[in-house]
Design a protein around this ligand. Structure first.
Ligand SMILES: NC(=O)N[C@@H](O)C(=O)O
Ligand code: NI
Length: 167
């Protein structure tokens, strides 16, 4: 069986089983600051579980190139995790369904500029994967006293390849 995964554009519907897509598309929910700012309000279903709290960290991740070999998938059983880019660079978002506690066949999405994502609790995902430098992101996830991390090594890896239909 081919272990090639073709990149799909990130859309709220396609990503819905895995999390939220955060962006400023469409009309803002509120106009604030004397009419000088649009607020796209409360876009993510965040969850930090019992005994946890929300934390904001800054990740500075190495840029990867395509085709990209995914060798590890992980999940956070105790809370959600949001990746909010601090640049306009699109990045790769890799997720997989859960099959009785193991990740199924992954899907790979490419964000549009300025789009962020929020993984729901326990969703299998690839680690933060920028495609250009600097790979600077604000990450909102659970701070707590549990490991909050399950990892699965993929052998053989899946190979993420660009869609041939890309303009
Ligand atoms: N481990 C960590 O802080 N980062 C990962 O969870 C990730 O998804 O990149
Ligand atoms: Ni993670």
């Amino acid at each position: 069986m081919s272990r090639e995964i073709t990149i799909e554009p990130l859309t709220p519907d396609a990503f819905a089983p895995f999390g939220d897509v955060l962006d400023a598309s469409g009309q803002p929910d509120k106009i604030i600051n004397a009419g000088l700012c649009g607020r796209h309000h409360d876009l993510a279903q965040m969850d930090f579980g019992q005994g946890g709290r929300a934390g904001i960290s800054i990740f500075n991740a190495q840029a990867r190139s395509l085709p990209y070999a995914v060798t590890l998938l992980e999940r956070h059983p105790d809370g959600s995790q949001a990746f909010l880019p601090l640049t306009a660079n699109p990045f790769l978002v890799i997720v997989a369904p859960d099959n009785a506690g193991e990740p199924g066949v992954p899907r790979a999405f490419i964000t549009a500029p300025h789009q962020g994502i929020n993984f729901y609790r326990s969703v299998w995902h690839g680690v933060l994967t920028p495609l250009s430098a600097p790979g600077l992101f604000a990450v909102v996830d659970r701070i707590g006293d549990t490991p909050n991390l399950e990892e699965v090594l993929l052998d053989p890896p899946y190979l993420i390849v660009p869609s041939t239909s890309e303009p």
